[in-house]
Ligand binder design. Structure first.
Ligand code: HMH
Length: 207
């Protein structure tokens, strides 16, 4: 039986819950998150998305042409997202030329070293990273201003559909690889879950 995205979620419900359910998101929904916490998340996530965009570009270089449509949609969405982050940072008078915090740096280094992995492993990581935000921003339920815009960016139905298509592509890639590569995909999935949890915690701990 080949490994699939669904199987990974079934195998690791606790790790995935910790990646997607966090007081940071719950307090956005309650409207009680502090400015410094939210702003820290915003700046660090911009830095993250810059590196995530490079990861998306690398994925394209090894993907089969039949996967280009979805990946190019993803890259176009990232172009829009990076510009949107700049607008949000300006509104909040935040400096995006801020050094990454250790957790952000660790996540970015993880994405960089994924380049050494086969396509199926990179595709699973890419899907898991997008799914984490898709579910994380949706799970608390409708968010009040000014957070609804953020929740909607990753929680909207088009994004949900995009993440499902990424899952299909990752599943397809994994269906053709040896057990050993499937093992690597599972390891990478768990690493994404841990790093997602740590990223929320980093922002939540900001003073
Ligand atoms: C930390 N994970 C993190 N930031 C994001 N923007 C996403 C996932 C989704 O792209």
């Amino acid at each position: 039986m080949p490994l699939t995205g669904q199987k990974l979620l079934q195998n690791h419900p606790q790790a995935w819950k910790e990646a997607t359910v966090h007081p940071f998101l719950e307090q956005c929904q309650l409207g009680t998150i502090q400015r410094s916490q939210f702003n820290t998340w915003l700046v660090q996530d911009y830095l993250f998305v810059v590196e995530f965009t490079r990861m998306a570009a690398r994925l394209l270089t090894i993907a089969p042409p039949s996967h280009f449509d979805i990946l190019l949609d993803g890259l176009a969405a990232l172009k829009d997202e990076l510009n949107w982050f700049k607008v949000k940072a300006t509104e909040r008078q935040l400096n995006l030329a801020t050094p990454p915090q250790p957790t952000c740096r660790e996540y970015c280094q993880f994405m960089e070293q994924l380049a050494t992995q086969p396509y199926g492993v990179q595709a699973i990581a890419f899907w898991a990273i997008e799914l984490a935000y898709n579910q994380g921003w949706q799970l608390p339920g409708p968010m009040p201003e000014p957070y609804s815009e953020f929740a909607d960016r990753w929680g909207n139905s088009n994004f949900t559909e995009y993440v499902q298509l990424l899952q299909q592509q990752a599943d397809e890639a994994l269906s053709m690889v040896k057990d050993e590569i499937q093992q690597q995909a599972e390891t990478v999935f768990l690493r994404v879950a841990k790093l997602e949890q740590a990223f929320w915690q980093m922002a939540f701990s900001a003073v």
